[in-house]
Design a binder for this molecule. Structure first.
Ligand code: G3H
Ligand code: ZN
Length: 276
């Protein structure tokens, strides 16, 4: 059933468990993510990024479809807007009934980031929508997701107090869209952030982290674990294999089913690791 992100992330944080947040691009992703969560018997967060919205040309069709998939699930499912920089898109997600948004002002200066994020938090909280944000590294090309970027615990505490955000994306050694699994997460920093920052911590770019690193990151204090690229690898690999084995196929359902099944299996596996 559709469940507030606050409830899913809050209870995971209180129990020192992780919760998977996986990206929806096509409808098949939403179906696969929920099937995987149902087979693992855990909650899950379905997230749609601003980039995916740009790909579709609109949020509403994929957003409403994802909300419908979430509502029909037997496990708790939240629907989240990921990496939004456009405030109109945030407002639209709220209007459509999304449970939470990530407002990404990480490319702004600290002062501008705080002002813009605090304004988003005020308007989202009036509508009971949970807000995740990220503290950027001024001058860093990829912001907090540059491999060398690190979040300072005291600065993070000040940022959370100044903005009122409900969850914070932090830089602890991961980087977006990695195809290899050799990112080393800084476990000591995660523990220091967890001890200092009063809201749940979010790990972005988790596809580059090996399974034991994910489990260790959760044990050290990370709660919401964002994974996208790894599932695209599973989806595309299965479609590629299917089309190689059956080159005469033209029915799109045949190979998309193979992709969807591969994602569901990988999601069930990941959720079990994250749940500890
Ligand atoms: O916000 C989404 C994530 O940070 C996904 O990153 O594609 O590297 O797993 P990833
Ligand atoms: Zn991300």
């Amino acid at each position: 059933m559709l469940t507030p992100t606050a409830e899913i992330v809050g209870s995971a944080a209180r129990a020192d468990r992780g919760v998977g947040a996986f990206n929806v691009i096509q409808l098949e992703h939403a179906e696969a993510l929920v099937a995987g969560a149902e087979s693992a018997g855990t909650p899950v967060i379905l997230q749609i990024s601003e980039n995916a919205v740009r790909y579709h040309g609109a949020l509403e069709p994929i957003g409403l479809a994802t909300l419908a998939v979430a509502r029909s699930s037997t496990v708790d499912v939240a629907v989240h807007l990921d990496h939004a920089t456009d405030t109109d898109l945030v407002a639209e997600a709220v209007r459509l009934g999304f449970c939470s948004v990530m407002y990404d002002a990480s490319t702004m200066s600290y002062v501008d980031n705080v002002a813009a994020t605090a304004a988003i938090v005020r308007s989202c909280h009036e509508r009971s929508v949970y807000v995740e944000a990220e503290l950027g590294e001024v001058g860093g090309k990829d912001g907090v997701h540059a491999p060398g970027a690190r979040t300072d615990p005291d600065e993070a505490l000040g940022y959370v107090e100044a903005t009122g955000v409900d969850a914070l994306a932090v830089a602890v050694g991961t980087s977006h869209a990695m195809l290899t699994k050799d990112a080393a997460v800084d476990l000591e920093l995660i523990a220091a952030l967890r001890a200092t920052v009063p809201v749940p911590l979010v790990l972005h770019g988790s596809s580059g982290v090996p399974d034991d690193g994910l489990a260790a990151a959760v044990a050290a204090g990370m709660t919401k674990i964002n994974i996208a690229t790894q599932l695209n690898k599973a989806f595309t690999g299965a479609v590629r294999d299917y089309l190689a084995a059956y080159p005469e196929v033209v029915d799109t359902r045949k190979y998309l089913r193979a992709g969807r099944d591969a994602v569901a299996a990988e999601v069930a596996r990941l959720l079990t690791i994250l749940a500890g």
